[in-house]
Design a protein around this ligand. Structure first.
Ligand SMILES: [Zn+2]
Length: 384
């Protein structure tokens, strides 16, 4: 049962949504933006429930009228859902059972990785075929007395196809509502953004995440729990994944150490260390997109911690990372750190741009090696 009462934090957003519904000046297109681990889907659903509720209270939906009950089950006849699908022939309509199952299992807090894991398939996108369903649905009048709603979960996966819903967003039929849900606005068309009432999620507080991970991952060590909160950056899903990573075969920390070990004369002081980097690139290229991005984000986190340590002598990294940070701290200058962050950022874009990831990772390694070992690299090139 998801209503404003049990949506995590985000109090000012809740208040503004409640005020808008009660003011009778409801905007017809809403864009909720925030990491799914901040509760973006639950707040959007609590908002819809409040709009549809036939016994609405001052601050929340009643939770028991037939509209509330149906919305809780994601089975309200006037609310149509669209979400990323896979290369198999099923479109959103046929995936609803799966969507309901995961929504109920995870109380609405799941992201595209969970969605893909659930299907054992990757590279999910919102396909062109969905558009006609959306247009069709939104051209009909509601079965009940209320609104006709289209929810698009992970709308950034729609790409250029989203152009085709512009007209209906701009000139909607009366009594229609669009709820667009995205993790970031970076990949959304500006024309889409400009037509929406934008609701930005706030990061979940460290205190909440700390309590949450202690409750849900009570067996994890104190060190891992503390680091999970720091690494999560306000995202509940990331906190849990950070902890679970330590049980799975792929550990971000280990992957980073192996990669970095290949770039420098970190331990043996021999160039042949580069094999570690190449092996690490093989491993990374074999992972799915989400994990590849996560690795790169983890590297950014590492660089931030390195910079922090360099300037303030304190940082929040784990003990293992701390050892690596202390090694680099004295040999890496701030301009190198800046260049480092830029190329990692470019590589994150490459993951989304469907680049050949093995080549991308190797070129990241070589470029980074050149930045970090500039003296040695300069020496090599004058000899050539
Ligand atoms: Zn109700």
């Amino acid at each position: 049962m998801i209503s404003f009462e049990n949506v995590i934090e985000n109090e000012s957003l809740k208040t503004s949504l409640i005020t808008q519904v009660n003011s009778d000046k409801l905007h017809h297109a809403h864009l909720f933006v925030g990491k799914m681990g901040m509760g973006t889907l639950p707040i959007a659903m609590a908002f819809l429930k409040y709009i549809y509720c036939s016994d609405r209270k001052t601050n929340d939906s009643c939770g028991s009228c037939s509209n509330c009950v149906k919305i809780d089950k994601l089975s309200h006849i006037d609310i149509h859902f669209t979400m990323p699908s896979f290369k198999i022939d099923k479109l959103s309509g046929e995936l609803m059972e799966d969507f309901r199952a995961i929504y109920s299992e995870k109380s609405g807090i799941f992201d595209s990785k969970d969605w893909m894991d659930h299907h054992g398939q990757y590279n999910a996108t919102i396909r062109a075929k969905e558009i006609s369903d959306i247009l069709n649905n939104m051209s009909m009048t509601a079965h009940g007395n209320g609104y006709k709603t289209q929810v698009i979960w992970m709308v950034e996966e729609m790409g250029l196809e989203s152009n085709k819903i512009l007209k209906i967003l701009e000139e909607p039929n009366s009594e229609t509502i669009f709820i667009l849900i995205a993790e970031s606005m970076e990949r959304l068309l500006p024309t889409i953004i400009s037509r929406c009432n934008i609701h930005r999620m706030e990061s979940i507080s460290d205190t909440f995440i700390d309590n949450y991970v202690r409750e849900h991952r009570s067996k994890a060590s104190e060190d891992i729990l503390v680091n999970a909160v720091r690494f999560a950056n306000g995202d509940l899903i990331e906190a849990i994944r950070y902890i679970d990573d330590f049980d799975s075969e792929f550990s971000l920390e280990q992957a980073l150490r192996k990669f970095m070990r290949g770039l420098t004369k970190f331990e043996t002081r021999k160039f042949q260390n580069i094999n570690f980097m190449l092996e690490s690139c093989e491993d990374l290229a074999g992972q799915n997109k989400q994990l590849q991005v996560k690795f790169l984000e983890f590297m950014l986190y590492f660089v931030h911690q390195l910079m922090r340590y360099k300037t303030t002598r304190t940082c929040s990294a784990s003990e293992v990372l701390m050892a690596v940070i202390q090694h680099y701290e004295s040999i890496v200058e701030l301009d190198q750190i800046e260049a480092w962050m830029k190329i990692v950022d470019n590589n994150i874009r490459a993951v989304y741009g469907n680049a050949n990831m093995k080549i991308s990772f190797v070129s990241l390694g070589i470029e980074l090696g050149r930045i970090l070992n500039r003296k040695e690299f300069e020496m090599i090139s004058t000899k050539l």
